[in-house]
Design a protein around this ligand. Structure first.
Ligand SMILES: *[C@@H]1O[C@H](CO)[C@@H](O)[C@H](O)[C@H]1NC(C)=O
Ligand SMILES: *[C@@H]1O[C@H](CO)[C@@H](O)[C@H](O)[C@H]1NC(C)=O
Ligand SMILES: *[C@@H]1O[C@H](CO)[C@@H](O)[C@H](O)[C@H]1NC(C)=O
Length: 469
């Protein structure tokens, strides 16, 4: 379709230029007029050149602050270059600063090599210092409400490190599942993170994750099972992929999660007729021609209905689950049978959680008669679909890949104000400024809020002691 439109465009352009040529010929019928026209033409050409030179000079002058390397700090450790950009101005949508971020985007970006993180984490004290792990402040409330994370990742070690740093609190617990197909250097980098941070570990069982197959769900389940066995008595577990980024600091997230009162947060809707095909026919993994090595492909074999009279719901792979709910999933025969039944469905991760949260009597149950919880209602993930831009939300300021927006810096304010907890997708190769500004804003908020809470505590203590005296 895109190709077709492109063809049409070139044809139109060609036709136009052909037309213009015709017109010029008709305009100057005799020699004298043609001579005059030529001198006029050269005069204009000279003028245009002068103007062009002038504008070039101006634009070169303007471009000084965005010259490659000029505006990049050596960073906190050389792993993550930091751009000289005012994130508050980006947040306020200041046109000059947003313009600067667009210029940064145009620079050729050298992708961070996984080796850099391997070498950085080879000396843990140096790594922890350089990334300010010791400076993370947490409140008493956060300490009493630990969170668990399941990170299912497969590439771009430096991006995974950024996500981990952004969601890090010393009292939380983090499971990293990397793909069996991941490069050796990526795996080493992940092992490095796990070695340096006491509350980060690698899943005890790793999967070769195939797109839309049960392996994606199993990767999360492997982490969940390890997290359940951990000494940290986490209250909620959240799963993330390598293109997600938090929109809330830990202290804000804890406050929001407490408001759920034991409920889960995820998308869960009645399936359309089209989506029902995903689990009414058996699927088989088949070799795919490009991009995905293998894909589950629909066969003509009908599937029997799900066990235990389960009613199917559909949602997304992303969840925020209470510990009680995960305990239920880990111990109930219904959940085990449902998992076994799901193995030959298409993208079981997108119906497994959405369906189980609707099972009557489960901890944090969403009743089957309750209306759909759509993706925008669920706070788990803020995803921008190209076809809904201009209707449900402003246009993407990054780029689109398969109709999904990879966010740009001009969306910083919208992202932080929307109310969701995590954004999908971000990519430093699309816009490194957005990620830098999200990091900065969240760090600022965490520190400010914890200090405010502590000060309030101190003030109250002072008041108590003065009443005692
Ligand atoms: C690790 O880095 C620190 C500097 O942060 C240095 O003092 C120390 O000697 C290094 N350790 C090793 C084993 O290289
Ligand atoms: C899929 O491809 C692999 C090698 O890439 C091959 O060994 C296997 O036989 C193929 N399977 C099918 C069903 O074609
Ligand atoms: C201060 O007093 C309030 C009640 O007035 C009490 O709830 C609180 O625990 C006290 N704080 C300390 C630190 O003693």
């Amino acid at each position: 379709m895109v190709y077709f439109r492109y063809q049409q465009n070139t044809r139109t352009t060609w036709r136009t230029s052909h037309h213009t040529e015709m017109k010029i010929k008709c305009l100057f019928p005799n020699r004298r007029q043609r001579k005059q026209a030529f001198s006029l033409f050269f005069f204009l050409l000279f003028g245009m050149c002068a103007l062009l030179l002038l504008s070039l000079k101006v634009s070169i002058k303007d471009r000084v602050p965005v010259e490659p390397y000029r505006n990049i700090d050596s960073g906190d450790n050389g792993l993550h270059p930091r751009y000289q950009i005012d994130c508050n101005a980006i947040y306020e949508m200041d046109p000059a600063e947003v313009g600067k971020s667009l210029a940064i985007r145009k620079q050729i970006m050298v992708e961070e090599q996984d080796e850099s993180l391997v070498s950085l984490t080879s000396n843990c004290s140096r790594y922890l210092n350089s990334r300010g792990y010791g400076a993370v402040l947490v409140s008493k409330e956060e300490e009493a409400f630990p969170l668990a994370y399941s990170l299912v990742v497969h590439k771009s070690a430096s991006m995974v490190e950024k996500i981990l740093r952004a969601i890090y609190a010393p009292n939380n617990i983090y499971c990293i599942h990397y793909d069996l197909k991941s490069s050796e250097q990526f795996a080493k980098a992940m092992e490095g993170l796990a070695r340096c941070l006491p509350n980060v570990f690698i899943a005890s069982k790793l999967e070769s994750v195939k797109y839309a197959s049960i392996s994606r769900l199993n990767a999360d389940l492997n982490c969940l099972s390890d997290l359940m066995a951990s000494e940290v008595k986490w209250r909620y577990v959240i799963n993330l992929c390598g293109q997600d980024f938090p929109l809330r600091s830990n202290i804000e997230l804890v406050a929001d999660l407490k408001k759920l009162r034991g409920g889960n947060m995820m998308e869960t809707s009645l399936p359309s007729i089209y989506k029902k095909e995903r689990f009414s026919f058996r699927h088989e993994l088949q070799n795919a021609s490009f991009e995905y090595q293998q894909l589950p492909v629909k066969t003509l074999k009908a599937k029997e209905p799900p066990p235990h009279g389960i009613q199917m719901f559909i949602g997304s792979a992303y969840f925020v689950l209470s510990r009680e709910f995960v305990t239920y999933v880990a111990t109930s025969t219904l959940a085990r049978d449902f998992l076994a039944w799901s193995h030959d469905t298409y993208s079981p991760d997108e119906h497994f959680w959405a369906t189980l949260t609707r099972v009557p009597g489960v901890p944090g149950e969403v009743s089957r008669t309750q209306p759909d919880v759509t993706d925008l209602m669920s706070k788990t993930r803020l995803v921008k679909w190209e076809y809904l831009e201009g209707m449900l939300y402003p246009a993407c300021t990054g780029i689109h890949i398969r109709s999904v927006c990879i966010y740009g810096a001009a969306e910083l304010r919208w992202l932080l104000k929307f109310g969701s907890w995590f954004a999908n997708k971000v990519d430093p190769k699309v816009d490194p400024v957005l990620i830098q500004c999200l990091e900065e804003k969240l760090k600022e908020k965490q520190t400010a809020m914890v200090m405010a809470v502590n000060q309030a505590l101190l003030a109250r203590k002072g008041l108590n002691s003065s009443t005692v005296n």
